[in-house]
Design a protein around this ligand. Structure first.
Ligand code: CS2
Ligand code: MG
Length: 403
């Protein structure tokens, strides 16, 4: 087989998505998700101006060499923009391989290691009462695992809490990032009360997750972990900015709470210490931002040796193509942990078609050849790109802080 052409389509069915479509001389095409929230055009340019010219004429089955060529051959290795672009190409090539062979991608990754995959979704409210109501709605939809976030008294706009009654969408469409204000002390004092109320109302069996979103120091994360131990969370996510992987060693010394990290990682080198020192329990890297199925299989196999499970990032700001790829990946690997599923804006189903199944809190994989997703280029034209930025965060004294 030979790659004949590739195109990048940015569209905004409810929010921005970047989709790569690779076509072969034999008429088989593959799809990849190249969405990077707030940096969509950078990834599109990296693909169009630098990577696509290099893959024309290549055999789409040569995924390992093509990945090495795009990663090492660029000289400037790694980074969110670069790896989302490479991830989209790799995903599209696996889609082509499955279609060409007439098999679902998971069969090329090791076959079926499970017949269903547990999902978690987001419950958030402006206060504890509202959050409890949202959790109840989600439990009634059959979920067995829920991420719980709440507004914090004394803080107006914070991560994870929608300013409207719609689902939470972090990216604002202003010409510059929105600014939010943060107090770690108010947050640390409040979150244990939130989970006490949740356990009181829903009992012990519901899996509870929480996202600290990169905002704590290691010892603050240790304090939060210890304070949440009575509520036995499924995981506490993104406690500290993980440029300092060693920070997780401090957390581990103080608390048994399961830790997850990695949604903003894009290469294995960012998590090697975390995994091999068993400083984490779940790796959150996702197919697109992790550089594609090819490297993610290597990360899953490394993690398996150290009892680390996967928990792929799956927000509404990655497209159904990434989600489908995560599900094929999650079907095949032994150490699948859980799959995030925020759902998508209603308009998404006008552009993307998928045939994975979701019911009663679990995904089941599609048996269609390839990834089992499709993309309507004509419909996509009805939803033009909208400039969007993720917010920035400041402490109450104005200090720039992690968002
Ligand atoms: C969050 C993400 O889902 C999560 O765990 O961390 O929603 C994250 O805030 C967004 O993907 C940023 O675009
Ligand atoms: Mg997160």
């Amino acid at each position: 087989m030979k790659i004949k052409s590739a195109k990048v389509i940015i569209c905004s069915p409810g929010r921005n998505y970047v989709t790569l479509k690779i076509e072969t001389e034999e008429g088989v095409y593959g799809l990849g998700d190249a969405t990077l929230n707030g940096r969509e055009k950078a990834v599109a340019s990296y693909l169009e101006d630098h990577l696509i010219p290099c893959i024309i004429g290549r055999d789409p089955f040569d995924t390992e060499d093509i990945w090495q060529y795009l990663y090492k051959g660029a000289y400037w290795r790694g980074g969110a923009v670069t790896m989302a672009a490479i991830g989209a190409i790799d995903t599209a090539l696996w889609d082509i391989k499955g279609k060409a062979l007439g098999v679902p991608v998971y069969k090329l990754l090791g076959g079926k290691s499970r017949h269903k995959m547990m999902a978690y979704t987001h419950a958030q409210g402006k206060n504890i009462e509202e959050t409890l109501q949202k959790i109840e709605e989600i439990v009634n939809r059959g979920y067995k695992a829920v991420r719980v976030q709440s507004g914090i008294p004394g803080m107006e706009n914070i991560y994870g809490i929608s300013k409207t009654d719609d689902n939470y969408e972090p990216a604002g469409t202003g010409l510059k990032p929105d600014e939010e204000v943060w107090s770690t002390e108010k947050y640390l004092n409040y979150v244990p009360k939130l989970f006490a109320a949740v356990r009181e109302k829903f009992g012990d069996d519901l899996h509870l997750l929480h996202d600290a979103h990169h905002r704590l120091t290691p010892i603050e994360a240790a304090r939060l972990g210890k304070s949440l131990e009575p509520y036995h969370l499924f995981w506490l996510e993104d406690t500290v900015p993980a440029e300092l992987q060693e920070g997780f060693k401090t957390i581990r010394q103080h608390t048994t709470i399961p830790l997850s990290v990695g949604e903003i990682f894009n290469t294995i080198s960012q998590c090697t210490d975390l995994i091999t020192n068993q400083w984490i329990d779940y790796i959150r890297m996702t197919i697109t931002h992790g550089g594609g199925i090819t490297p993610m299989m290597k990360i899953a196999h490394l993690a398996e040796i150290y009892h680390v499970k996967t928990g792929c990032h799956g927000p509404s700001d990655l497209s159904p193509v990434n989600l489908a790829a995560c599900l094929h990946f999650g079907t095949a690997i032994n150490n699948f942990g859980i799959q995030e599923y925020m759902g998508f804006p209603n308009e998404v189903s006008n552009v993307f078609s998928t045939d994975y199944k979701f019911s009663d809190g679990f995904f089941t994989i599609s048996e269609s050849p390839g990834l089992g997703v499709d993309f309507d280029e004509e419909k996509a034209k009805e939803y033009p790109y909208k400039q969007a930025y993720l917010p920035i965060n400041r402490l109450e004294d104005g200090t720039l802080y992690s968002w």
